[in-house]
Design a protein around this ligand. Structure first.
Ligand SMILES: *[C@@H]1O[C@H](CO)[C@@H](O)[C@H](O)[C@H]1NC(C)=O
Ligand SMILES: *[C@@H]1O[C@H](CO)[C@@H](O)[C@H](O)[C@H]1NC(C)=O
Ligand SMILES: *[C@@H]1O[C@H](CO)[C@@H](O)[C@H](O)[C@H]1NC(C)=O
Ligand SMILES: *[C@@H]1O[C@H](CO)[C@@H](O)[C@H](O)[C@H]1NC(C)=O
Ligand SMILES: *[C@@H]1O[C@H](CO)[C@@H](O)[C@H](O)[C@H]1NC(C)=O
Ligand SMILES: *[C@@H]1O[C@H](CO)[C@@H](O)[C@H](O)[C@H]1NC(C)=O
Ligand SMILES: *[C@@H]1O[C@H](CO)[C@@H](O)[C@H](O)[C@H]1NC(C)=O
Ligand SMILES: *[C@@H]1O[C@H](CO)[C@@H](O)[C@H](O)[C@H]1NC(C)=O
Ligand SMILES: *[C@@H]1O[C@H](CO)[C@@H](O)[C@H](O)[C@H]1NC(C)=O
Length: 431
């Protein structure tokens, strides 16, 4: 990213100041890191200690490190970054971002702007340049509407710039450059090793949605719990508080799907859960949600850095996952399911490969329908669900936008093994 270091080269005074602060913050970071390391090590030791009680392993192997995701701490850091940004005080922001660059594009509840919007509006060219220099900064991050100003959504920082030098500078960062920065490669599936890790600790996009909107999704819940229980808590708070969550989802989907507001305009929690499912089967929302979920795999767990756009689908994806996993009206299905693709994807699926879909996937039990959809040159996934899967597909027929199709929806994180592939049908077994 040396091409973007415009700022440090042209302003030696400022870079000196930064070096000084970096040195200070390095000392603090080092101290904190030590502490975190000790705590992590203790937790890991306790965790594995209890697991290996029965069989004592004489040769100590390198132990896997936990991702150490601290939801409460990230939530607190987001709050304090924005309280700084509102006052034009960026000191705390640099401290947080040095350790957590993945927080740079978030827009918390009741805010319209990301950090880059703030710095831009404040004519703070030092902050603008420094933010943009982060490899995780989405220069095209869009604002969201909020209660006070419903027409504040959809603006990228460049559009909000008053200072003409900042405007020019931001204009130089093209969408193409952002795609190179964040990766735009098509992801078919995620390797088993990576996918299982994501499942165990929680998909990073959904964890970020939880820490950004902690009060809305979790209320006062203890955030030290496992991801699955956080999902259950999300479901429980949605049962009590569906209007708030519905509003949050709507605000975040602003401009992506115009039908959303009508579908989510409901008066009971049951209708809310139903509308979350229905939304998936309607229009174009699912394409964007799945892209955001799949692209998590472009990064290692610790290096995850979502674009502003991906973050906007986080609240919806989180709610859909919670509804699929915890709403008892959706029955797990163990028959054969089919999924047609209009393009030939068979060469991606080698027999015996085990993998995870981080996206949601809708299927049917009508083979003819999948076959027609695939056309002459496409492919069909034929999925056996008879074994007790880690994540079973759910029968969503009653809630689909197209109730004449029997539809079965796989939650994010389903695991499969390829059992056969004849160039047209790819047979999978849900494991
Ligand atoms: C930013 O600069 C513009 C024009 O250069 C000026 O009109 C505006 O008042 C400035 N805003 C702030 C917050 O300094
Ligand atoms: C924008 O990019 C051009 C060409 O790469 C460069 O000459 C110019 O200085 C840049 N402008 C700003 C404001 O960074
Ligand atoms: C989810 O949480 C509720 C309330 O805390 C609890 O009663 C229920 O057993 C949990 N469900 C599962 C599947 O863990
Ligand atoms: C709902 O959201 C509003 C706005 O963010 C918040 O002030 C309020 O406390 C929330 N209500 C509940 C019951 O969580
Ligand atoms: C949504 O509606 C607005 C105006 O009402 C329009 O400008 C925009 O293109 C629409 N977006 C989609 C995705 O249909
Ligand atoms: C929601 O639906 C009701 C009628 O069912 C309607 O009066 C109201 O205007 C709708 N609200 C929005 C925001 O569309
Ligand atoms: C399956 O789909 C085909 C083609 O869309 C349709 O003609 C047939 O009636 C469907 N079968 C069932 C059992 O719904
Ligand atoms: C799909 O591509 C594979 C090679 O990658 C080929 O063997 C197969 O015949 C193709 N299938 C169809 C339906 O065209
Ligand atoms: C794969 O699926 C096709 C289509 O349903 C079926 O005809 C075939 O027997 C299956 N192959 C295996 C090995 O299960």
């Amino acid at each position: 990213m040396s091409g973007y270091s415009w700022f440090s080269e042209t302003n030696p005074l400022l870079s000196q100041e930064i070096r000084r602060r970096k040195y200070q913050s390095k000392q603090i970071v080092a101290a904190i890191s030590c502490l975190v390391l000790i705590v992590t090590f203790t937790i890991v030791a306790v965790y594995f200690g209890t697991k290996t009680d029965k069989k004592v392993d004489p040769t100590p192997r390198p132990r896997p490190r936990l991702p150490g995701y601290d939801l409460q701490k990230d939530h607190a850091d987001i709050i304090s970054m924005f309280s700084g940004a509102r006052k034009g005080n960026y000191k705390k922001i640099w401290t947080v971002l040095t350790k957590k660059p993945y927080l740079i594009n978030v827009i918390p509840r009741d805010e319209s702007y990301a950090l880059l919007h703030y710095a831009t509006r404040q004519n703070n060219s030092m902050a603008v340049h420094k933010l943009v220099n982060y490899n995780s900064c989405d220069v095209k991050v869009q604002s969201v509407p909020n209660a006070k100003n419903k027409h504040q959504g959809g603006k990228i920082p460049e559009q909000l710039a008053l200072d003409k030098n900042i405007k020019k500078f931001l204009h130089n960062f093209t969408e193409k450059m952002m795609q190179e920065r964040f990766g735009s490669k098509t992801v078919f599936y995620t390797t088993k090793a990576k996918g299982e890790k994501f499942n165990k600790y929680g998909p990073p996009l959904l964890l970020l949605a939880l820490s950004t909107f902690k009060k809305t999704f979790l209320g006062k819940t203890k955030t030290s719990s496992k991801f699955q229980s956080l999902l259950n808590c999300t479901f429980q708070s949605a049962s009590k508080n569906f209007k708030n969550i519905s509003n949050l989802i709507l605000v975040n989907l602003y401009d992506f799907d115009n039908g959303t507001a009508d579908i989510l305009n409901v008066t009971s929690k049951t209708d809310f859960f139903a509308s979350i499912v229905k939304l998936y089967t309607s229009r174009t929302l699912y394409v964007n949600v799945n892209t955001a979920l799949k692209r998590q795999a472009l990064f290692d767990y610790k290096k995850y850095r979502p674009r502003g756009r991906a973050l906007r689908f986080g609240p919806y994806a989180l709610m859909l996952q919670a509804v699929l996993m915890y709403w008892t009206d959706l029955k797990p299905y163990d028959g054969v399911t089919y999924r047609g693709f209009q393009v030939n994807v068979t060469n991606q699926y080698h027999v015996k490969t085990k993998f995870v879909y981080l996206n949601f996937m809708v299927t049917t039990d009508n083979e003819t329908r999948a076959d027609e959809y695939a056309g002459a040159h496409g492919s069909i996934l034929v999925i056996s669900n008879t074994r007790h899967c880690h994540v079973q597909p759910r029968d969503i027929t009653r809630y689909s936008y197209y109730p004449n199709d029997r539809q079965y929806l796989y939650p994010s994180g389903s695991e499969f093994v390829v059992t056969a592939n004849d160039g047209r049908n790819v047979n999978l077994s849900c494991i």
